[in-house]
Each structure stands twice: as C-alpha cells, then as structure tokens.
Design a protein around this ligand. Structure first.
Ligand code: NAP
Length: 325
C-alpha cells in the first residue's frame, strides 16, 4: 500500500484527497518506483480544475524522481536501486507507483533527486523552447521577451537563454520577483501589473520589438505579446496561467506584421525515446555545467498538495516547488 493524492472529479484544491492505494506488482516493461521528490507544475492546476481533461480518478502530478524498488519482466537497461526521474506521465502525486521504463531517465551523479524532480518538466520545456522552437528566429545578441520570469519555467529560461547568448526581458508582478528574475539571467524586468508591456519593450529595443515572445501567461498577455513582436516575429504561446487564449482571427497575424504563432507542448518535443534522452541529456549538462542553477524555493509535504496549489495559483510561489512524499 502507498499514500497518494487523488482527484475523483475536477474542481478546486479541496478536491485533492490523501488516500491509501494498492500499488500492485510491475507488469512487463514496468518497474515499481518509490518517489523521493515530486515536482509541482502549473499543468497540475489545469488537470485538477478540468481545463485539461484526464481520466478519473488520478494522482494529478506529472513529474517526480525516485528509486526503483522492484523490476517487472522484460525490462532492459534499468535495475533495482537505480535513481531515476520522469515527467509527462500522469499520476505523480504519490509515494509509490508503477511506471513503464520507456518514460524514465537515470539521474546522473551531481544532480540531486529534488533537483531532478523539480526540473524534468520545466527544464526540458526550457530546452525545447530555447534550443528548438525559436532557434530559427534567433541569433546571438538578440533580445527576447518571456512572461512570468520569476516562475518555475521562468527562472530556468532566463539562465538558459543567457547562456545561449540572448538578452532577455522578463515580466513579473512584484519588486521581489523582479529582483529574483534579475539574479537568474534577465537583463530587464517589467512589472506588468503597473507598467505597459508594449511601451517598455519598445523603449528597451529602441522601437524595434523582439523577434520572439515566450508567453505562458496566456489570456492576460496575449494581445500585448503580439504587439511586442517585430515583423515576421514568432509568438510562442506555451501556457495559460491566467486562462486560455480566446480563438483568434488569422488575419490579425497579417495586420500585425506577417507574424508566426506556435502552441507547443513538451510531449510533442519528447515523443520519441531519442528526443526524450537528448532533451534530458542537454538539461543535465546545463545543470552540471553550473550555467543553470536550481534552487528549490518551496517544499510541501505531499499531504499538503492542496496548499501548494493554492499558493501556486495565487502567485505566491517563485521558481521551483517540490512535494515531499
Ligand atoms: N507547453 C509546455 O510544454 C509547457 C510545459 C511546462 C509549463 N508550461 C506552462 O508554463 C507556464 C509556467 O509554468 P510553471 O509551472 O513554471 O508556473 P509558474 O510560472 O511557477 O507560475 C505561474 C506564474 O504565472 C504568473 N501569472 C500571471 N497571471 C496569473 C494568474 N492570473 N494566475 C496565476 N498566475 C499568473 C505568476 O507570476 P507573476 O506573479 O510574476 O505574474 C505565476 O507565478 C504555465 O502556463 C504552464 O502551463 C507549458
């Protein structure tokens, strides 16, 4: 038996119950994992609220690190005692679970379980956003815009983009968060609760605008994001922290300067084993090189996952958050 957070229906944080579950034995190609740290992500809020539909009941999270405690038949490349991590597979808010090894990666020495649990999803997202989605739009020295700079993806993004030679403008909602963003690679930070995003970006870029905007805030920033782009710029709309973006008339991309828009997801960028391994390798290399530093700003016991959701949704968290099983 293992303890797990479960939702039986969509709704507020109070829908997450801490329950006892039977884990069972690993089937072919599976292992049993004992989680040592579980990552908190905004996608967990969408899963709980129902913005993203999932089968019920489920254990909400999609990212964790742990140790293999039992190996099922026909498993190759993994053994009992291996330290592993994963992301993307629903059901992470629990102490123990069964897991297909095709989704696991080994955590290298020099990276702690907590760090791996905190960055698999957000760090591999950063990898694909900077090094793949926007690559064709960017050259060293270019300036880009990233919303919610002091958040989980935000703090990784600022460091990663700086390491690749880009200058980054961030947005955030308080002076404390702005100071944190500046320590994590952002050259300029706009307080989008007080300042006009477009006017500030135009000021910083001497009226040129930016070639790429990375927007995980969604509804509230969509319109300003488009207005910050140079002609033929790329709008990367990768999340909905403030709500989903309403359907847009395609003609707007014409009138605002032949813009490009993409709505990417990590799962499409790691859908083959080769892509998953390459992305994880790149992430761990960045962390071990010291170019991207990981700080875990919040810890919650797994049983208090509801409080973690309340804090995440009310913009109280910064950087990475880990649930302790
Ligand atoms: N597509 C993908 O592959 C992918 C993968 C991972 C994450 N994401 C997306 O990336 C974004 C960031 O994820 P994260 O887990 O790192 O979360 P996070 O950035 O730590 O938290 C969200 C942040 O969004 C900002 N925000 C602005 N308006 C908000 C509102 N109305 N309610 C709540 N927050 C608001 C807040 O920062 P301020 O207080 O500074 O405004 C808040 O801290 C999310 O949209 C997530 O869905 C997408």
């Amino acid at each position: 038996m293992s303890k797990s957070i479960l939702i039986h229906e969509n709704g507020g944080p109070e829908k997450m119950k801490f329950e006892e579950v039977e884990v069972g034995k690993p089937g072919p190609g599976q292992v049993k994992l004992r989680h040592t740290a579980i990552g908190l992500n905004f996608i967990d809020v969408y899963t709980r609220s129902g913005l993203y539909q999932t089968p019920m009941p489920n254990a909400v999270g999609r990212e964790a690190a742990g140790v293999i405690v039992e190996v099922g038949p026909r498993v190759k490349g993994f053994k009992k005692g291996d330290r592993v991590a994963y992301c993307g597979v629903l059901g992470a808010y629990c102490q123990e679970r069964l897991m297909g090894v095709d989704q696991l990666v080994k955590v290298p020495t020099g990276v702690s379980d907590e760090q791996a649990a905190a960055i698999m999803l957000k760090g591999m997202t950063t990898e694909y956003l900077v090094d793949r989605t926007a690559k064709a739009w960017l050259k060293k020295g270019d300036t880009v815009l990233f919303h919610a700079a002091a958040g989980g993806v935000g703090l990784l993004f600022g460091q990663w983009a700086k390491a690749r030679g880009y200058k980054v403008i961030g947005t955030t909602s308080s002076p404390e968060k702005a100071a944190l963003a500046k320590k994590n690679g952002y050259k300029w930070v706009i307080d989008y609760t007080k300042q006009d995003i477009v006017a500030e970006v135009k000021k910083i870029t001497k009226n040129k605008g930016v070639p790429v905007v990375f927007d995980g805030v969604g509804k509230d920033t969509w319109a300003a994001s488009l207005d910050c782009l140079q002609p033929r710029g790329l709008m990367v709309s990768f999340g909905n922290a403030s709500g989903a973006v309403a359907p847009i008339p395609l003609g707007i991309l014409n009138t605002k300067g032949s813009l490009y828009v993409t709505r990417p997801s990590l799962f499409a960028y790691t859908s083959t084993r080769a892509d998953l391994e390459a992305s994880a390798r790149s992430l761990f290399k960045m962390v071990k090189s010291g170019k991207v530093k990981i700080s875990i700003d919040q810890h919650y016991p797994l049983a208090e996952a509801a409080q973690a959701h309340i804090d995440l949704e009310s913009r109280k968290t910064t950087g990475q958050t880990v649930l302790v099983p």
